[in-house]
Design a protein around this ligand. Structure first.
Ligand code: B12
Ligand SMILES: Nc1nc2c(ncn2[C@@H]2O[C@H](COP(=O)(O)OP(=O)(O)OP(=O)(O)O)[C@@H](O)[C@H]2O)c(=O)[nH]1
Ligand SMILES: [Mg+2]
Length: 402
């Protein structure tokens, strides 16, 4: 089975024309490519950081509002400065980018520009031919993020090409996430599709960064967070890895984010998750956050021994009725249950029903209501206090948090 090509796509700063790139993303995915979509209105720095962390083969930029000669060239230059000129740059922008502009852009290091009227087939063919070949032997990584990103790719590709025997030798060097040298706190987020997991994580990251800024003023110590985010895909097919487009605050030098496709594995994670998580947990991050894909009633994604310290189940108030709650296995296993979207009408009923369900477990689980899409939401503040360890010690029973 061929290893999927990973590509990052984005629209430049001050440009909201995302309709073209959405069409192109879909076509690439349909042809087996994994597309990490960063969204529109993105700076050169955000694009380059994301491309390095995701260890993509190339960056596809869609540009309509002018300034493309400078913007594309700045991306190429910053990749070079960061020691990542193995990542190539290509793109398009209808009739906005002229043939003369494209010639200048190519001279400044851009691989290819596509013009109005090019068929989607031709673009897909280009990506396969230019970026689908096996990588040349890589030179020594110039930064720790490049080294980490490559190691994650090696783990993922070894699983994919069934070289587990070779990989298992290397894996002996990767300790279990909970072993002594892994000092990161690993927090797992799971829950049904669209419950608000990504939005919530991004708000929590903002709080981590703000807290860190205050601490740094006092001690000058720098802390970093890692995020391992999952989106679904079937074996041999592409995937849209779109969490970066939602995680605005997490596009920050203090955050190392990696998007993974499940590549056919059921249950919310990828075949390579455990080993990638183990690697991140020993890579000097203070917190490692993992988000599963949207899961079903039977899912227990973190059950595999020792994978996370703390599990958070994010629920949508619209789960159905009390009967559905009886079937959700994670309600028995989660340390913290969040009723997100508590701005919605059914949220109060949902809170009461879930509270009663959790009381049956007789475990020290916490229940918190949040509105993740609202900035400075007090529910998210409470969740942050619990997760970051600054909250009071856990109560012995389910506590009402609102
Ligand atoms: C649709 C559109 C809009 C929509 C955008 C919807 C959306 N969410 O994307 C709306 C109506 C919102 C809009 C708004 C504006 N627009 Co407008 N818009 C267009 C329009 C008509 C089509 C662009 C498009 O999506 N084409 C469809 C794609 C699939 O086809 P294509 O462009 O031919 O691209 C081909 C290749 O280049 C390639 N390609 C494109 N990108 C990429 C990326 C990669 C990685 C690859 C491999 C290939 C590739 O794919 C296609 C293959 O055939 C163009 C005019 C035009 N005909 O180009 C103006 C145009 C881009 N808009 C323009 C302007 C000025 C604006 C506004 C500023 C208008 C205003 N005053 O408010 C705003 C700005 C919005 C913003 N926030 O940035 C100008 C830009 C002029 C300039 N550069 O100086 C244009 C050129 C119109 C014009 N002639 O004046 N716009
Ligand atoms: N009304 C409301 N909408 C929210 C809230 N939080 C998130 N959303 C919206 O819910 C939608 C899904 O949010 P995501 O954060 O992508 O949800 P997710 O659980 O990560 O989704 P998957 O990863 O696809 O399972 C987005 O449109 C958010 O803006 C909230 O508190 N209230
Ligand atoms: Mg998500």
């Amino acid at each position: 089975m061929a290893i999927p090509i990973r590509i990052l796509t984005a629209v430049p700063i001050c440009d909201g024309h995302d309709s073209a790139i959405n069409t192109i993303n879909l076509e690439l995915i349909r042809h087996g490519i994994e597309v990490i979509y960063l969204g529109y209105h993105r700076s050169v720095g955000d694009i380059v950081r994301a491309a390095i962390q995701e260890d993509v083969r190339a960056i596809g930029i869609s540009s309509y509002n002018g300034g493309h000669i400078e913007f594309f060239a700045e991306v190429v230059d910053l990749l070079r400065k960061r020691g990542a000129d193995y990542i190539k740059v290509f793109g398009g922008g209808g009739g906005t980018i002229t043939h003369e502009d494209a010639a200048v852009m190519k001279r400044r290091g851009v691989d290819q520009i596509f013009f109005a009227g090019t068929s989607l087939d031709d673009m897909v063919k280009f990506v396969h031919q230019r970026y689908g070949k096996p990588r040349e032997k890589r030179v020594r990584a110039k930064t720790r993020d490049i080294a980490l990103a490559r190691r994650l790719t090696e783990i993922e590709e070894a699983k994919e090409s069934r070289k587990e025997k070779v990989e298992s030798k290397k894996q002996k060097k990767i300790p279990n996430p909970r072993s002594a040298i892994c000092n990161s706190k690993v927090i797992g987020f799971t829950g049904p599709g669209g419950a608000g997991k990504t939005t919530l994580i991004d708000e929590l990251v903002l709080r981590f960064l703000n807290k860190d800024r205050q601490l740094r003023k006092a001690s000058r110590a720098e802390s970093r967070i890692a995020i391992l985010s999952h989106d679904p895909s079937v074996i041999g097919e592409g995937a849209l890895l779109g969490d970066r487009a939602t995680m605005i605050n997490s596009q920050n030098d203090c955050v190392f984010m990696r998007s993974m496709a499940t590549r056919g594995q059921a249950g919310g994670l990828s075949p390579a998750t455990h080993d990638c998580l183990a690697l991140l947990a020993q890579s000097n991050f203070d917190h490692v956050i993992i988000e599963t894909v949207g899961t079903g009633q039977e899912a227990m994604p973190f059950q595999k021994s020792g994978i996370v310290d703390l599990t958070v189940l994010v629920m949508n108030p619209d789960y159905g009725s009390r009967l559905q709650l009886q079937k959700i296995v994670m309600l028995d296993l989660a340390d913290i249950v969040v009723v997100n979207k508590s701005d919605l009408q059914r949220a109060r009923t949902a809170h009461n029903e879930i509270e009663q369900r959790l009381e049956q477990n007789r475990r020290a689980q916490r229940l918190i209501d949040t509105v993740a899409k609202r900035h400075r939401d007090p529910g998210v503040d409470r969740l942050f206090d619990l997760i970051s360890g600054s909250a009071q010690s856990r109560r012995g029973k389910v506590g009402r948090e609102t």
